[in-house]
Ligand binder design. Structure first.
Ligand SMILES: O=C(O)CCC(=O)C(=O)O
Ligand SMILES: [Fe+2]
Length: 508
């Protein structure tokens, strides 16, 4: 089908390909870098530099944003009209859905760095990026200002000031992309906003908010104090059950602070288990108990390198979609771009589904280690759920959620029954080691499970009487560096009636 957008959309094609090439180039640089022994500091710098990369792309898309928006809104079935090469079509539809996502990524990365206490010094980053790509990296005053604006939206004054000051510095070096007067005005406005926010936080006796600030006041020492006060805030809230504190706790966990009570931790053990299955008599399962209640187990070394490499290679050439979120369904009332924005603010990964028969060994392992049924026994494909492979690149995450539904209306229950029942339990395989970030954080247990290559984490989403477990809230922490590949196996309840012990006791 011919489209009125052929001309502009072809330009978009080339921008997308350009992006992909520069990302690959960048990632190759990072991969090379990883072969060298890297200190933590260097890793942080590598991780942080992707802000610039994402920003560079945002800037490209800003120019074509309107067209892209228009394009997204009139072409739900993008394949029909999008006359790029197959490769670009795939990149466009599956991997790089648009400008909104770019902006979102910048903001996600900034907030991730903020909570991990990483200071992103713009000039240092550019230096780093130039070294990695072996071409001088440049940023305009306008671009530095845009990053600052995103940081300000999140009340991240430290970051916002750094970038705004950097934009002003570029002006003194002869940048014409933005006016000096405009930047000064924005800076004054930013100080004003900070001082208003300070009123809200005025019961604080220390930290960045504790006093009024002026332009001269913004110095590293003060900025660090501010981060310290945020940290204290997080520590103050940790352990509270209320959902309002959920996100704070999630961040505490994602920065690898285990918030399990000491006496609970002291009782945890690792053990070997043969599952009374012949294959595990030879090589027993290595089980790490992260929490007894709710039960969270990590099975180590359960998939071999050969199978993992096959799966990863297959996934790299498989079309993936932006991951869906259970109760967030596309409908006519939301524009596709708003939908993308809503969806990725909760879950920003991409995923692909595959059936039980694709890797029979994986189906075998899933059943053997959990003792639950995962393969269908009849032609009723709805009896079980397929495997879901998920990929998170830097900055991507899955906010707090539970894998099952808490609604028990007859309609929902019937809908679930037809789909094979409720998601009783989850087995999540980690296909690679994530150099930084990417933990699976369990809010109520107070533990963050490290994504360790070849292992899988197991937990239950329902009590044995069938009620949803509200202590199964969990999240995938943002990947700070590298990528994270996982496979979800959800065990639906209809098949488990012979194997999953049931009880009238609500508490097990
Ligand atoms: O990737 C993770 O660590 C968690 C993923 C998850 O919770 C999910 O996909 O439902
Ligand atoms: Fe989940």
């Amino acid at each position: 089908m011919e489209s009125a957008l052929v001309g502009p959309s072809l330009s978009i094609c080339s921008f997308i390909e350009d992006y992909e090439t520069s990302t690959l180039h960048h990632l190759d640089g990072l991969r090379e870098g990883l072969k060298q022994p890297l200190t933590d500091i260097q890793l942080d710098e590598h991780a942080a530099s992707s802000i610039i990369l994402v920003y560079l792309m945002t800037d490209r898309f800003v120019k074509y944003g309107e067209t892209l928006q228009e394009f997204l809104s009139i072409n739900l079935n993008k394949e029909d009209a999008f006359l790029c090469s197959n490769k670009t079509q795939y990149l466009f539809t599956e991997k790089w859905p648009g400008k909104l996502e770019n902006e979102f990524m910048v903001s996600l990365l900034l907030s991730t760095y903020k909570f991990h206490d990483l200071y992103v010094d713009p000039s240092m980053l550019l230096q780093q990026l130039s070294q990695e790509s072996q071409t001088p990296a440049q940023i305009s005053g306008r671009m530095a200002y845009a990053v600052s604006k995103i940081a300000l939206e999140q009340q991240d004054y430290v970051q916002a000031f750094d970038w705004l000051n950097y934009a002003l510095k570029l002006k003194t070096l002869g940048d014409y992309s933005i006016s000096r007067r405009f930047l000064i005005e924005k800076k004054e406005n930013m100080i004003y906003r900070h001082n208003i926010d300070r009123k809200i936080y005025e019961n604080k006796t220390s930290g960045f908010y504790a006093r009024r600030i002026s332009v001269e006041d913004i110095r590293t020492g003060k900025e660090k104090l501010w981060v310290r006060s945020k940290e204290l805030e997080a520590r103050h809230f940790q352990g509270r059950k209320d959902y309002v504190f959920g996100e704070i706790n999630m961040w505490v966990l994602c920065t690898k602070r285990n918030i399990q009570k000491e006496y609970i931790k002291a009782k945890l053990r690792c053990h070997l288990d043969n599952k009374k299955h012949p294959s595990f008599y030879i090589k027993p399962l290595r089980v790490e108990v992260h929490s007894e209640s709710p039960l969270i187990l990590q099975f180590h070394d359960i998939i071999g390198d050969k199978l993992m490499n096959t799966i990863i290679n297959d996934l790299d050439v498989t079309n993936k979609q932006i991951s869906a979120v259970g109760d967030l369904l596309a409908n006519d009332a939301i524009t596709p771009s708003d939908f993308i924005k809503m969806a990725i603010s909760v879950r920003s990964s991409v995923n692909a589904w595959f059936g039980d028969d694709i890797y029979p060994e994986l189906s075998f392992i899933s059943e053997a280690v959990t003792g639950l049924k995962s393969r269908t026994t009849s032609s009723n494909v709805n009896e079980t759920e397929m495997f879901q492979a998920v990929e998170y690149t830097a900055g991507r995450s899955y906010k707090l959620h539970i894998d099952t539904t808490t609604e028990d209306s007859p309609d929902i229950q019937e809908e679930m029954r037809v789909m094979g029942g409720l998601r009783m339990a989850t087995l999540l395989y980690y296909l690679n080691d994530v150099p930084r970030g990417g933990y699976t954080a369990f809010l109520n247990a107070g533990v963050a499970v490290p994504p360790k290559k070849g292992s899988a984490v197991y937990w239950e989403n329902h009590y044995r009487n069938g009620t949803a477990r509200l202590d199964s809230w969990h999240a995938s922490c943002p990947v700070l560096y590298g990528r994270k590949m996982v496979i979800n196996k959800w065990f639906r309840s209809n098949m488990q009636f012979r194997t999953f012990p049931c009880s009238l006791n609500q508490s097990i």
